[in-house]
Ligand binder design. Structure first.
Ligand code: PLP
Length: 413
């Protein structure tokens, strides 16, 4: 057999071949839209159900189109197992329901995506899981929060809308010392510039709604397992770790939690997101380059206050970003401030090209005022914890001509 050449990431994603050859020779993975799959014999049906073969039986459990998308993500992320789900939040909830138990705790930052914060603080709490919030920028302080019931150290690769970048190697060293898995939400920085595996991350969570979907075509989520954690050290998974070793998380997830929660990705969505994955690198380059240009532009304007984007050489996270994400600009999202909330609202209301919408990494440039929306319905004590100032707006940069975005900003100011 001829050794397969090592290709660039773009080529590897596009050149990916199906697990089984398509009988018509289709180049694009067909959408296998049905719920159930037929078997030639009762024996082969038994084999499929007890997991002796990889045959598909029912689309909540696995589906050829979804599996093909998972295979492509596996290549892009260099993971050992990937599960595609109905949303980023489904990926978060499935992950933590796989490893958490009553009496367990999660060590994390309070600067989290709004629903993740709410899931930890309210949803998991009612099942006896404690969340321990600490300052992830003061990396040294994290260790003191970890004890024998810590089931994970969790954070986000760039926090949103605080725009902080944590030192991942330092955090993973603490996780390793304390025998705890390190789980990272990597939604904001795609695989073209960042491989979490190289920074000691055991499991990645991604909202594929964002960069991967290919222009906000659909909602989706991914659990990307690097198979690096020794689950014998987990009080919940050690029972199966003797048999399944480093794959114990994936086994528990795929054979129990994922099936029981039923938040599977649909084959139609997998097809759209596969197509999105093929152009991820191209779109990301354009959007992140525009984002850097817009950050420099906003900084020069007299009406704007602070501008946060780690691609700016003046940004406090510029150096750590370069170390972790390389020389290309990191992410295609920035925040900037105006005098106060009223000034932000007046500005937003005058925009013509930039859309007033939530979401990130749409093909369209989107703006949101986070404190009044994403965090708007939180009780006051939690709003203080997440601490999002009300004079900032978040801009997610799309694929328009960057000069048109600049002009839209100028006319609205
Ligand atoms: C959007 C987002 C999520 C949640 O993803 P959904 O697909 O909306 O469920 C989680 N984490 C981060 C960082 C996000 O931006």
């Amino acid at each position: 057999m001829i050794e397969k050449e090592k290709h660039g990431l773009e080529t590897s994603i596009i050149d990916h071949r199906f697990l089984k050859k398509d009988i018509h020779g289709a180049i694009m993975m067909p959408v296998y839209a049905g719920a159930a799959f037929e078997f030639d014999s009762a024996e082969s049906m038994e084999d499929a159900f007890v997991g002796r073969t990889g045959a598909h039986a029912y689309s909540r459990i696995s589906n050829p189109t979804v599996e093909d998308f998972e295979q492509r993500v596996k290549i892009a992320s260099e993971a050992v197992a990937v599960t595609a789900l109905a949303s980023g939040m489904a990926a978060i909830s499935n992950t933590f329901l796989t490893i958490a138990y009553s009496g367990a705790n999660i060590v994390t930052s309070p600067h989290l995506f709004g629903n993740t914060f709410s899931f930890f603080l309210f949803t998991l709490k009612s099942f006896g899981v404690e969340v321990r919030f600490c300052d992830f920028i003061d990396t040294e302080s994290i260790e003191a929060y970890v004890d024998e019931n810590t089931c994970a150290i969790f954070t986000e690769v760039i926090t949103n809308p605080h725009m902080e970048v944590a030192k991942l190697k330092k955090i993973s060293a603490i996780a390793q010392k304390k025998n705890v898995p390190f789980i990272l939400d990597t939604t904001l920085v795609p695989w073209s510039v960042f491989k979490a595996r190289h920074f000691g991350v055991d499991i990645e969570i991604v909202s594929s709604t964002k960069y991967i979907s290919g222009g906000a075509t659909s909602i989706g989520g991914l659990i990307v397992d690097h198979g690096t954690y020794d689950w014998k050290k987990s009080s919940k998974l050690n029972a199966i770790a003797a048999q399944h070793g480093n794959m114990s998380f994936n086994v528990k997830l795929r054979s129990e939690i994922f099936r029981n929660l039923g938040a599977c990705m649909s084959p139609q969505v997998a097809s759209m997101q596969s197509l999105g994955l093929e152009t991820l690198d191209l779109r990301y380059k354009h959007a992140s380059t525009s984002c850097l240009a817009l950050a420099s532009f906003l900084r020069r304007l007299s009406a704007t206050g602070s501008v946060s984007y780690n691609g700016l050489p003046t940004d406090p996270y510029h150096r750590i970003s370069k170390e972790q994400f390389g020389n290309s600009p990191a992410g295609a999202m920035l925040t900037f401030s105006l005098k106060n909330k009223a000034a932000c609202f007046a500005f937003m209301n005058k925009l013509k090209v930039i859309r007033r919408a939530t979401n990130l990494f749409d093909n369209k440039t989107l703006i949101i005022h986070p404190s009044s929306t994403i965090y708007g319905s939180l009780a006051i004590q939690y709003r203080q914890m997440v601490n999002v100032p009300d004079d900032i707006m978040r801009l997610s940069v799309g694929l328009e001509n960057v000069e048109d975005i600049k002009n839209d900003i100028l006319q609205a100011l």
